[in-house]
Ligand binder design. Structure first.
Ligand SMILES: C[S@@+](CC[C@H](N)C(=O)[O-])C[C@H]1O[C@@H](n2cnc3c(N)ncnc32)[C@H](O)[C@@H]1O
Length: 206
């Protein structure tokens, strides 16, 4: 597809997108929020008082929704390469989650307490070249899993965007012994033509 046709296709897709229109009408920062809302409806992962780390948070839809559910006694941290505009009940760290300094900042934010939920909607800039995009996406998912395994309390949960392709099965295989239950979900708001899915891993083992 040429760049111009590509742009037209993108605009048409945005214009026809019911989730985008709904997000605007309902005051959410992103259409992606409906993916988390569906996961929450099925899994009940976000609870009052919970400590939540949101990786790849910009523009902030997931954090906004998480903050509304964890309430005043909960904590939400939004991490992204891009700035996230201020949100009530949400702390923010801007930087590349692949950088050691950003990981340290996340751990400092947590302090001594564990996390109840680590969620990652991180995605690399898509080039359209699968051999480039898939390893980049898997690397982000691996970084998110490392944080989850290091910081989750026993019983805690991990949600992570994953793309079907090379490394997908191995990734699930490596995480299976760490959680009581692993599910792969494709929320209705995830575009059907996309290879995107979400891993929902619950009940972190001791
Ligand atoms: C699909 S968007 C997230 C949307 C978000 N869940 C929401 O509801 O607003 C993916 C995000 O991942 C971020 N991202 C990609 N690579 C990253 C990295 N290495 N470190 C931190 N954030 C990253 C991008 O900047 C982008 O904002």
């Amino acid at each position: 597809m040429t760049r111009r046709r590509d742009r037209r296709h993108w605009r048409r897709r945005q214009g026809d997108d019911p989730y985008l229109a709904r997000a605007r009408a309902e005051g959410w920062r992103s259409r992606s929020v409906y993916k988390l809302i569906e996961i929450q409806r099925r899994e009940r992962l976000l609870r009052p008082g919970a400590t939540v780390i949101d990786l790849g948070a910009a523009p902030g839809g997931w954090s906004q929704y998480a903050a509304s559910l964890v309430g005043d006694k909960g904590r939400v941290l939004a991490v992204d390469l891009l700035p996230v505009d201020g949100l009530a009940g949400v702390d923010r760290i801007q930087g590349d989650f692949g950088d050691e300094s950003v990981l340290e900042a996340v751990e400092n934010w947590l302090g001594d307490g564990p996390a109840d939920l680590v969620m990652s909607d991180m995605a690399p800039n898509i080039t359209g070249i699968r051999a480039v995009d898939q390893p980049r996406a898997m690397l982000l998912a691996e970084l998110a899993a490392e944080l989850a395994l290091k910081t989750l309390r026993p019983g805690g949960a991990f949600v992570c965007k994953l793309f079907h392709g090379e490394g997908f099965d191995e990734y699930l295989r490596a995480l299976r012994p760490e959680f009581e239950r692993l599910r792969v979900r494709k929320p209705a708001a995830s575009r059907p033509e996309s290879r995107e899915t979400y891993l929902v891993a619950t009940a972190r083992k001791l």
